[in-house]
Design a protein around this ligand. Structure first.
Ligand SMILES: O=C(O)CCC(=O)C(=O)O
Ligand SMILES: [Fe+2]
Length: 226
């Protein structure tokens, strides 16, 4: 491939990923509401009742208002890789700010590092095929993403409703399938404790079979996200 060399080295964010990982690990361990999902291969946590039923209902309506066919870096919607509908909910809406701050406080990451909350809706047959949330070195979007906040450190995701059948979030390398339960927050570190990106965080939003599925996702970077 004849590509000009990226000004951003593959492991430039390694010290930051290591530092953020240590900080969040310590903070979550001290919080009795946080459940550590048992696996040695990744740092994966869950919190029940992170959002109330009322908040979930309100959030689903906001997602319906902004949802458009999902976009994936490098891949077209028509290829079937990510067939859900998604959109950025208004970051200035007081309700969104409240939920966003609640996630920031739980993790203790600088709020400036957080991306805008994204809403996502899956109808029957829609899915998000296995992927990792961290950015891949050598891709067309690498330089742009490095310049606007650096590598992704943590992913946070809240399930907003019960799904009749299908729609689990599967961590395919960990043999873990998480069933959507309204108000449950999932958190995982996209890096290993040593700061290297963790391949075992590979995950998928499995196809919804019956019903529909709503989630919000918020990612954190290693620097101020712009
Ligand atoms: O919907 C899911 O279960 C997974 C969503 C996801 O992986 C993402 O938005 O990056
Ligand atoms: Fe993901």
């Amino acid at each position: 491939m004849s590509q000009t060399k990226s000004p951003y080295a593959e492991n430039a964010d390694l010290p930051a990923l290591r530092r953020i990982g240590a900080q969040v690990r310590e903070r979550l361990a001290a919080n009795p509401a946080v459940y550590k999902v048992p696996t040695d291969k990744a740092e994966l946590f869950a919190v029940g009742d992170f959002m109330s039923a009322e908040e979930c209902t309100k959030m689903r309506a906001l997602i319906d208002a902004v949802a458009k066919p999902s976009y994936v870096f490098d891949v077209d919607y028509s290829e079937g890789y990510r067939t859900s509908y998604s959109g950025d909910v208004d970051p200035n809406d007081p309700f969104i700010r409240k939920i966003s701050r609640r996630i920031d406080d739980l993790l203790g990451i600088d709020p400036e590092f957080g991306e805008t909350i994204q809403g996502q809706r899956y109808m029957p047959g829609q899915e998000f095929q296995p992927h990792c949330d961290w950015f891949h070195y050598g891709t067309s979007y690498w330089d742009m993403e490095m310049a606007r906040g650096g590598q992704r450190s943590f992913t946070t995701m809240v399930f907003l409703n019960e799904v009749e059948a299908g729609g689990t979030t599967d961590f395919v390398e960990l043999d873990i399938a998480i069933e959507p339960k309204p108000g449950v927050l999932l958190i995982w570190n996209n890096a290993k404790p040593d700061g290297h990106t963790n391949l075992d965080t590979l995950h998928a939003g499995r196809p919804v079979i019956t019903g529909c599925k709503y989630v919000i996702t918020k990612w954190y970077r290693t620097k101020t996200w712009t």
